[in-house]
Design a protein around this ligand. Structure first.
Ligand SMILES: Cc1cc2nc3c(=O)[nH]c(=O)nc-3n(C[C@H](O)[C@H](O)[C@H](O)COP(=O)(O)O)c2cc1C
Length: 208
């Protein structure tokens, strides 16, 4: 696929088929992951590629519990009242579906990043793992595989880490389900470019 077709049609695909993903395809996706940048090229990342059915089932249970926790947060509890055919309502229905079916995706990737001893994680810690997460999602899209970056597993972080034997000095950054899509890829709804891209000065819309 053309790069711009990939980049402009990659979006959250949360309804996934249970069909397995071939090993060679998965390898291609992971090869794209490890070409991502990281601060100082330290590559402190690890990717747990979970295909084992029992582990996926357990991760699915933990994710469902996490979804329940999220719905207790006032903002999300309020958003859950959005009309079902509004953009927010559709997004929530899709996220709720994943909340109930995460464990059925044929592959779950947990992207992790090593922490420096004694140093509190900051936004730049994430900057050394999320580019790799985006590479995973773009590579998956290019190969016709759906994905979605998720982070609410953090509500059950200790259990997730124990299940997968993740060391204490490693932070889990994102849980990404992969699977062939039930729905369609397509350009995602976004704020228009002139609203968010400025030329040389804040507020001065980028022309052209
Ligand atoms: C930091 C971050 C955390 C996210 N966490 C979750 C999550 O826990 N569960 C989920 O279903 N989607 C999650 N998403 C996906 C967003 O809801 C999704 O990217 C957004 O709604 C845009 O979707 P679209 O590309 O289909 O328009 C997360 C996205 C980001 C960037």
């Amino acid at each position: 696929m053309d790069f711009f077709d990939v980049a402009t049609t990659q979006r959250a695909i949360r309804r996934l088929k249970a069909d397995p993903i071939p090993d060679a395809t998965l390898r291609q996706i992971m090869d794209a992951a490890i070409c991502a940048p990281s601060g100082g090229n330290r590559q402190g990342w690890s990717f747990l590629v979970v295909r084992d059915a029992a582990k996926r089932k357990r991760l699915g249970e933990l994710y469902r519990e996490a979804w329940g926790e999220l719905m207790k947060v006032p903002y999300y509890a309020g958003a859950s009242q959005a009309p079902p055919d509004s953009p927010a309502g559709k997004m929530l229905a899709s996220a709720r579906h994943l909340g109930e079916h995460m464990g059925e995706a044929p592959v779950l990737i947990l992207a992790c990043i090593a922490l420096d001893p004694g140093v509190k994680p900051t936004i730049t810690t994430g900057a050394s793992i999320y580019p790799a997460v985006q590479n995973i999602m773009l590579a998956a899209r290019a190969l016709g595989i759906g994905s979605c970056i998720t982070t609410i597993h953090k509500f059950r972080d200790a259990q997730v880490k124990e299940l997968l034997g993740i060391p204490a000095d490693v932070e889990t950054a994102a849980l990404i389900p992969l699977g062939y899509p039930l729905g369609k890829f397509g350009r995602p709804p976004r704020r228009p470019l002139p609203e968010v891209a400025f030329a040389d000065r804040w507020g001065q819309a980028l022309a052209g």
